[in-house]
Design a protein around this ligand. Structure first.
Ligand code: DHB
Ligand code: FE
Length: 280
């Protein structure tokens, strides 16, 4: 049977992707942030998995005002790279796992989650920046990937309860996949940041640290945090953090904290990163 072996959470700041792509990770500004990911790069090498389910949001790069799925799942064999702003990053294409993703899609739909099934999907910095942080700059990514886009950019976003519940349903689906493979689930985005309007540049590190504690220790309480609190306390884009609840739900009731890192600021954003493993 397939098994979920770890959860990874990380911010996905586009300027971080640009620093990687333009060889600036050793610059004075960037070095302390990238150093915080050195442990993780080694850890994912030492604890390899076959498949990464990456929960992320598209930033109106592939989706937009015409189509905005609340929850989507990629079922393709391969995903091309796209992006807003400077355009697609120079990173390898992302290879999928059609058998596992179609199995999860069917399982979630039969569990009453109305998934958008994406046989074609291009992926933006929400997915590619976390991959660069964990895997560096390989010629080909080391794992198969199942992109799991969530709408966090357009009202109404899914509730925290729904996010935690769909994470649990992903856990059940993976456990019922009849192949002996290992899977990690990633939650990306956040932490506090606002990139527009009068409060642009807002960062709230104490709130971010409390969010991490709650995510680890009491996700069943955290799931009731209203979207408005994310926006007031963590900025208009801080609501991306609801995606971390999906990762947490996929790990089961109790987790081990393998690694935690925070860095402020990266561009306009508070960077947060966690590696968790399920505790049976
Ligand atoms: C920025 C964009 C993002 O999608 C994000 O998660 C953080 C920061 C930005 O444009 O700075
Ligand atoms: Fe984002």
């Amino acid at each position: 049977m397939a098994r979920i072996v770890a959860g990874i959470a990380t911010s996905h700041v586009p300027a971080v992707g640009h620093a990687v792509d333009s060889g600036r990770t050793e610059d004075d500004y960037w070095k302390p942030m990238f150093q915080g990911y050195e442990f993780s790069k080694q850890w994912v090498k030492d604890n390899p998995a076959d498949v990464d389910i990456i929960v992320y949001n598209d930033h109106a790069s592939y989706f937009g005002m015409d189509i905005m799925p609340t929850f989507g799942i990629g079922t393709a064999g391969k995903y091309d790279i796209c992006d807003e702003g400077y355009g697609p990053r120079p990173v390898p294409v992302v290879m999928g796992h059609p058998a596992l993703s179609t199995h999860i899609a069917a399982s979630l739909i039969l569990d009453d989650f109305d998934m958008t099934v994406l046989n074609k999907l291009d992926v933006d910095h929400g997915l590619t920046v976390p991959m660069s942080l964990m895997y560096g700059q390989p010629d080909a990514w080391p794992t198969r990937v199942i992109p799991f886009p969530v709408n966090v950019v357009m009202y109404p976003q899914p509730s925290g309860e729904r996010c935690l519940a769909i994470g649990k349903a992903i856990r059940d689906a993976v456990a019922n996949f009849d192949e002996d493979i290992t899977v990690r689930v990633w939650g990306t985005g956040g932490m506090s940041h606002q990139i527009q309007g009068a409060r642009a540049g807002l960062i709230n590190l104490p709130w971010d640290l409390q969010f991490m504690d709650d995510l680890i220790n009491q996700p069943e309480v955290l799931q009731y945090k209203p979207h408005l609190e994310y926006m007031i306390e963590a900025g208009s884009e801080g609501v991306e953090l609801i995606m971390w609840l999906i990762m947490r739900g996929a790990l089961g009731d109790n987790v081990n904290e393998v690694y935690r890192f925070n860095h402020v600021p990266a561009s306009n954003t508070s960077v947060g990163h966690l590696i968790l493993t399920p505790k049976d």
